[in-house]
Design a protein around this ligand. Structure first.
Ligand SMILES: Cc1cn([C@H]2C[C@H](O)[C@@H](COP(=O)(O)OP(=O)(O)OP(=O)(O)O)O2)c(=O)[nH]c1=O
Length: 629
C-alpha cells in the first residue's frame, strides 16, 4: 500500500536506490516505493576534518554515493534512471564520527565509547534527479539529513564481547543495530527510529513533497513553476530544479496532460509481479535461500538447473517485490519470505500461491462468457453452479484437491487467531466448525479456549486428507473430525456453531438453508460465529440481482437481517484488528460481477449471534426456512 501521495508519484519513474543496505531497501519497500537496487561503489573515505560538522560529512557521502551510481548507469546505457537515492548513516559522539567497524577490536572501542552516554545518529540523504540529454548527464541534487539521539546504558565487558561475537555490529555504523540485538543496549531514543536503522522515511516524504509540490499544495498535479539552476533548499543543499522532469515538460510546452493513470497502469502491469512470485515459489527459490548464506544468481541457477540469466532476472524481480534482498554476497530471503513463502514457514502461504498459480482465476481464462453471457466464473461451462471451490474440487484430481486444501489451510492459519479472539467465546463448552476443512481454525480455537472441544464437520473426501495438516503440541486432543454434508446430514450437537468463509460461495437460497439448519440445531443460549468477507453497502446494492444465483460477498446489513429473522439475538459484528496482510488476504474478489463497484471489498467481517430465547424463537426460525432474506 502506498500511503504517501508523493511516493505514489514516483511509481512511474525509474527509481534506483544506490545502497546495499538491506534495512534501507526494506524501509523504502514497506513505504510502497518501487525501485531497483544498484549499490554504490563510492569509497566512504572523504577527509572528515574538512567538514564543518558530522552531518555535513554524511550528506556529502550520501550525495557522492548517489552520483556515482547515476554516472555509472548513464555511462553504461547512455540513459540514467529518473531518480537515484543515496544515503549514509553515521554515529557521532564527542565530535568523533563512527562508521562501520573494520574488525572486532574496532567494534569494541566504538561500543565502549558509546557505553552509558548519549550519542547522535545522522543519516544524510541525497535525492538525485537525472536527465540524459545528447549523451550528457544532467543531475539535480537535493539533500538533507536527520538526527536521532540515542542513549546507551552502561555496558559490561561480558555483554560487549558477547554482542560483538554475535557478528551483528560489523555492517552497522557505530557497531550496533538498534533494530535487532543491539536494541538491548539502548536506554532511550529521541527522534526518528528509522533514521537510526538507516533511512529517515518521514523526513524523506516531506522532502519529496517540497520538491514536487513546492507551494505546499496537496494537489498532486505537477508544479507549474520551478526554481532555476543554482537554487538552495532549506537545508543548504544544492537544488537546480524544484520539480521533477515531468513538470519541466509540462511547463515548456504549455500543454497540461491528463492526470497520469497510475492505478490503471499498475493494474495492467500487476500480473507480472504475481507471475514472478508464482515462479519463484514453484522453483522453491525461497526454500533454497532459507537459513543458508546468501547465494549468487549463478549458484541459485545451478541448484535449480535453470539458466543463469533467467534466474538473475527472476531474483531481481523478487528483490524489487521485497521477497529477497541483494548484497555483494548474493541473494537472501527477507523476513516476509522466510515466514510466508518457504514450505515450512510458520505462516506459510506457499500452498495458496501454488494454488493460484495452477488455477488462474477463471475470468481470465473465459472472459467472453463472463462478460457477454453473464455466466459466473465459478459456474460450470453451461452456467450450472458447481458449489464452493472445496466441493467443486472433489470432482477434480487428488492433486488438485490437495493443492486447494493447502491453499485454504495456509489462509485459515494466518487469520485464525484474529477470528478466534474477535469475541470472548469462553462460555461455550463445545463448538462445531461446519466445513472446517483441515482444522486450522479449530486448533486455534482449542488453544485459545482450553475448555472448548471442537468438532470439524466436513465432507469425507476432504477429511481423508487432514492427517497431513495436524499440528504438533498440546491440546490436539480437544479437536475431532466428523465426516458429513452440512446440507444433507444432521449437524453434530454443539453450543457454538462456526461458519467460516463458507457463505460467500453460495447463492442466497443456500445461505438461508444452511443458516436455518444451524438455527434449528442451536440449543437455547447457543451461538453462531460467522466469519466472512463483507461487501460494502454500495457493492451490495449493485450485486443484489446477480448474487441471488451466484454467491459472493454480502454486506453486514444483509447478514444481520437474516440472522435476526432466524431467531438470533445479540447479533454483533467485529472487523478484526487486522494486519494489512490479513486484510489483503481476506479482501479478494469472489467474482467480478458480484463487485461491479470495486475489486476489493472494504472489510472483513466477523459476527457472532446467540439464539435469543428458547423454543418460540427457534420455531420462528424454522418457519422462515423458505423465504429469501
Ligand atoms: C546505528 C545503526 C546503523 N545501522 C546501519 C544502517 C546502514 O546500513 C549502516 C551504516 O552504513 P552506511 O555506509 O550508511 O550504509 P551501508 O554500507 O549499509 O550501505 P550503502 O553504503 O551501500 O548505502 O548501519 C543499522 O542497521 N542499525 C543501527 O542501529
Amino acid at each position: 500500500m502506498v500511503l504517501c501521495p508523493v511516493i505514489r508519484k514516483l511509481l512511474h519513474k525509474r527509481v534506483v536506490l544506490a545502497s546495499a543496505s538491506p534495512r534501507r531497501q526494506e524501509i523504502l519497500r514497506q513505504a510502497g516505493l518501487r525501485f531497483e537496487v544498484v549499490p554504490s561503489r563510492f569509497k566512504e573515505m572523504l577527509p572528515k576534518a574538512l567538514f564543518p560538522s558530522p552531518p555535513a560529512y554524511a550528506v556529502e557521502t550520501a550525495k557522492q554515493k548517489a552520483l556515482e551510481v547515476a554516472r555509472r548507469m548513464h555511462q553504461k546505457d547512455l540513459r540514467a534512471p529518473d531518480v537515484v537515492i543515496g544515503a549514509d548513516t553515521i554515529v557521532a559522539v564527542g565530535g568523533l564520527i563512527l562508521e562501520k567497524p573494520v574488525d572486532k577490536q574496532d567494534a569494541y572501542s566504538m561500543l565502549s565509547r558509546l557505553s552509558g552516554k548519549e550519542h547522535s545518529v545522522f543519516t544524510g540523504v541525497a535525492i538525485v534527479h537525472c536527465c540524459s540529454r545528447d549523451g550528457r548527464l544532467d543531475t539535480d541534487v537535493s539533500e538533507f539529513y536527520e538526527e536521532t539521539r540515542v542513549r546507551f546504558s552502561e555496558l559490561s565487558e561480558d555483554l560487549l564481547w558477547e554482542y560483538i561475537d554475535s557478528g551483528e555490529p560489523m555492517d552497522k555504523a557505530g557497531g550496533y543495530g538498534i533494530q535487532a540485538l543491539g536494541g538491548m543496549l539502548v536506554e532511550q531514543v529521541h527522534g526518528d527510529f528509522l533514521n537510526v536503522v538507516g533511512f529517515p522515511l518521514n523526513r524523506f516524504c516531506k522532502k519529496l513533497a517540497e520538491l514536487y509540490y513546492p507551494s505546499g499544495r496537496e494537489d498532486p498535479r505537477p508544479a507549474q513553476s520551478h526554481q532555476g539552476r543554482g537554487g538552495r533548499d532549506e537545508d543548504g543543499g544544492e537544488r537546480t530544479q524544484a520539480a521533477g522532469p515531468e513538470e519541466a515538460v509540462s511547463s515548456r510546452t504549455g500543454h497540461s496532460p491528463p492526470p497520469f493513470p497510475t492505478g490503471l497502469l499498475e493494474l495492467v502491469d500487476s500480473f507480472k509481479a504475481s507471475k514472478a512470485l508464482f515462479t519463484a515459489c514453484k522453483l522453491k527459490v525461497f526454500d533454497l535461500l532459507k537459513d543458508g548464506a546468501p547465494l549468487k544468481a549463478v549458484d541459485v541457477a545451478g541448484k535449480l538447473g535453470a539458466s543463469a540469466c533467467g534466474t538473475g532476472r527472476l531474483l531481481d524481480a523478487c528483490v524489487a517485490l521485497g521477497f529477497l534482498q541483494k548484497t555483494d554476497r548474493g541473494y537472501s530471503n527477507t523476513e516476509t519470505a522466510n515466514l510466508h513463502l518457504t514450505s515450512d514457514g510458520a505462516y506459510s502461504l506457499r500452498g495458496l500461491v501454488l494454488h493460484h498459480s495452477d488455477h488462474p482465476w477463471d475470468l481470465s481464462a473465459r472472459p467472453e462468457s463472463a462478460g457477454r453471457d453473464g455466466v459466473d466464473p465459478h459456474d460450470g461451462a453451461l452456467g450450472e453452479r458447481t458449489g464452493p471451490p472445496c466441493q467443486a474440487s472433489c470432482a477434480h484430481s487428488e492433486e488438485t484437491r490437495l493443492g486447494l486444501l493447502r491453499a485454504m489451510h495456509s489462509l485459515a492459519k494466518l487469520t485464525a487467531r484474529h477470528v478466534a479472539t474477535a469475541f470472548d467465546l469462553s462460555r461455550f463448552g463445545s463448538a462445531c466448525d461446519l466445513g472446517g476443512c483441515t482444522g486450522a481454525l479449530a486448533y486455534v480455537l482449542a488453544r485459545e479456549y482450553p475448555r472448548l472441544r471442537v468438532t470439524v464437520f466436513d465432507l469425507p473426501e476432504v477429511l481423508q486428507h487432514v492427517a497431513g495438516f495436524q499440528p504438533d503440541g498440546p491440546r490436539t486432543e480437544q479437536v475431532s473430525f466428523l465426516p458429513g454434508d452440512f446440507f444433507e446430514d444432521s449437524l453434530p450437537e454443539a453450543d457454538l456453531y462456526v461458519v467460516s468463509r463458507i457463505l460467500r460461495d453460495w447463492p442466497d437460497g443456500k445461505v438461508h438453508e444452511l443458516l436455518s439448519r444451524v438455527a434449528r440445531a442451536c440449543k437455547p443460549g447457543g451461538g453462531l460465529l460467522l466469519v466472512d468477507v463483507a461487501a460494502g453497502p454500495e457493492a451490495e446494492a449493485e450485486a443484489e440481482g446477480l448474487r441471488r444465483r451466484a454467491g459472493g460477498e454480502r454486506s453486514a446489513a444483509v447478514y444481520a437481517h437474516l440472522l435476526r429473522r432466524l431467531g438470533f439475538a445479540d447479533v454483533r459484528a467485529a472487523a478484526p484488528s487486522a494486519t494489512p496482510t490479513l486484510h489483503r488476504a481476506c479482501a479478494r474478489p469472489a467474482s467480478p460481477r458480484a463487485h461491479p463497484a470495486g475489486l476489493f471489498p472494504p472489510v472483513s467481517l466477523i459476527r457472532v449471534g446467540q439464539t435469543a430465547s428458547p423454543r418460540e424463537e427457534l420455531g420462528t426460525a424454522g418457519s422462515c426456512k423458505c423465504g429469501a432474506p
